[in-house]
Write a protein that binds this ligand. Structure first.
Ligand code: FES
Length: 572
């Protein structure tokens, strides 16, 4: 029989084997649990503080059943969970920390393969980054979206409709009472945000990378089919171990390209970019910001989902889900990549169909012709910035106007409701200090609300530029991830109200029309904003985090160390 990694613990006849087996036996395990069968870790991001993942204990039970049915033994273990709705200053600050927890928990334990149970935004990349640095056979089970929100006879989407209702409340269009009523009707079941926000984007990302079973990304969290997928994933991980198919055999350069193409067609979150870059950095596949522009060019928008379109994830699933989208893209993707179920992408998706062509458009009649991410370069973003055109106002995509600058989030909060603000509808809003080091953690403030003075004029979109991120559920003409960020002295730090900025998406440029002489004078006088973190994880993060254009991982975490451990906890 093939000797698996776990036998380095359980196969020993001396005291080290005794220790490994004996203590586990307090859970009732019989002797044959250690006879050399695959040992599977179920890495669970369950937490009641992460509401989108609060049902993952149930799914873990299904995975366990599947592992047992296939002849393996499963051990569920907790890792740090990251709840988007609650954590301050931002879950992104902790993504890399959680990834360290996942990596070390997998490597240090007697595991032959891993099932990652994820859902809310950062839990998926954190788990994948950690698992990629160990590179065992791995499969991902995502928790699925919530059912559609329902309010006064219409469907409402997580986040997307909140941002709208919130702006309407500020503008005096709806009452506080109506705003409060929406709160009860938006989150109606277990699961993640029901829009094509970051969580569903990343569920689609793992499926298009080939890391979860086909047609699993969009199944609602409460649908019995999600339990079935969890159970089948439990069976499949045992086979992956037997076949010795590691994560790096699935996570190839071609698979990353496929994920970029699929993301453009579903109108996925801009957060996809920063997470995919970080995952590629861990597994060792060269991927740059330019790859996102290159591979998503000429990819049409097919999924009519909020925030880029009209429908929600439940509708997407019933309409054919990600398989229907990938089927439409078959000529554009790498068809021969191996996926986690042992088949190629072509074998998995060549028969997938659209069942509602208002929700999923055929490639012959897309919702939008060219929907992929645009990467903007120029003196304002020498290392790149991004914009999601499918969520933007088309007339603003090429625009030259005066900058109106907020120096940091406190400055913004203080002045945004000032009706005497010297601001015009055509101005370009700039927010500094929202980058990885600056905030710290690069929060989702990039879609910051418009000045009250503009809302009262009926203005609903203006160009906004920042070094922060934007919620996947958000929309607007929003330039994000400006690199280098303002707090390390990027050009963004030097912009003043009254400067002229040019956004030219056609030419992929973001230009600050200020002379080099003047910029150099401003640079000489620039004083970095002090951070108040002198100890603990946040301090380590600020010292070591990379810029957004490479994925904002910690500089000592990129790459992988594999699964080998040199030393034992006890002497012979
Ligand atoms: Fe958890 Fe949106 S808040 S997925």
């Amino acid at each position: 029989m093939k000797k698996y990694r776990s036998q380095e613990w359980f196969g020993a006849t001396d005291k080290s084997g005794f220790i490994a087996r004996s203590w586990l036996k307090n859970q009732g395990l019989p002797n044959d649990a250690f006879d050399g069968r695959p040992i599977i870790g179920i890495c669970n991001t369950w937490s009641e503080l992460t509401p989108c993942n609060a049902h993952l204990r149930d799914l873990a039970e299904q995975v366990k059943q599947g592992v047992l049915e296939a002849g393996g033994i499963a051990f569920e273990f907790p890792v740090m969970s990251l709840g988007e709705a609650l954590m301050k200053p931002t879950t992104m600050l902790y993504r890399n920390l959680a990834s360290m927890d996942v990596e070390e928990s997998i490597r240090a334990n007697p595991l032959d393969g891993v099932v990652l149970l994820t859902n809310c935004d950062k839990t998926t990349p954190a788990c994948l980054m950690g698992a990629a640095s160990v590179d065992l056979p791995t499969i991902v089970v995502t928790g699925g979206p919530m059912l559609n929100g329902k309010h006064k006879g219409r469907d409402i989407g997580s986040g997307t409709d909140l941002w709208k209702f919130s702006e309407e409340l500020r503008a005096g269009i709806i009452t506080q009472q109506e705003f409060n009523e929406v709160e009860n009707n938006m989150s109606r079941s277990a699961g993640a945000c029901n829009t094509m926000g970051t969580a569903s984007t990343l569920s689609c990302m793992v499926e298009s990378l080939g890391l979860s079973l086909p047609d699993s990304a969009a199944i609602p969290a409460v649908d019995a089919n999600r339990k079935r997928v969890a159970r089948l994933s439990g069976r499949r991980i045992v086979e992956l171990v037997k076949q010795d198919i590691c994560l790096s055999q699935i996570l190839t350069r071609e698979a990353f390209e496929n994920a970029i193409i699929a993301n453009a067609a579903i109108g996925g979150s801009t957060n996809f970019i920063i997470h995919l870059l970080a995952i590629a950095g861990r597994i060792g596949v060269p991927l740059s910001l330019d790859d996102f522009d290159k591979h998503s060019q000429n990819i049409p928008l097919l999924a009519n989902l909020k925030p880029s379109g009209s429908y929600l994830m439940e509708d997407f699933h019933y309409a054919g889900g990600l398989p229907a989208v990938i089927n439409q893209l078959l000529d554009k993707v790498n068809q021969d990549v191996l996926q986690v179920n042992g088949l190629t992408l072509k074998e998995n998706y060549s028969n997938s169909k659209i069942y509602n062509d208002d929700v999923i458009k055929p490639i012959s009649a897309p919702l939008q012709d060219d929907a992929g991410t645009i990467v903007l370069k120029g003196n304002l973003s020498p290392d790149g910035a991004i914009i999601k055109p499918s969520a933007a106002t088309p007339e603003l995509l090429n625009h030259k106007a005066r900058a109106f600058v907020f120096e940091n989030i406190e400055d913004y909060n203080e002045r945004i409701n000032d009706l005497d603000l010297d601001i015009n509808p055509e101005d370009i809003l700039v927010l500094k200090g929202a980058g990885p080091k600056g905030y710290p953690g690069m929060p989702e403030v990039g879609n910051f609300g418009l000045p009250l003075k503009m809302l009262k004029l009926g203005i609903r979109d203006m160009i906004r530029i920042s070094d922060g991120r934007m919620s996947g559920t958000a929309f607007g003409t929003v330039v994000l991830h400006v690199s280098p960020e303002s707090n390390v002295g990027g050009t963004l730090a030097l912009v003043k109200t009254g400067d002229i900025i040019e956004l030219n998406c056609q030419q992929r440029q973001l230009i600050l029309h200020v002379s080099e002489d003047e910029l150099s004078k401003r640079r000489d006088n620039w004083i970095p904003e002090e951070t108040n973190y002198s100890r603990g994880y946040a301090s380590l993060y600020i010292q070591t985090v990379n810029q957004a254009n490479t994925g904002a991982d910690l500089n000592f975490l990129t790459g992988k160390s594999g699964s080998f451990i040199k030393r034992e906890p006890h002497p012979k």
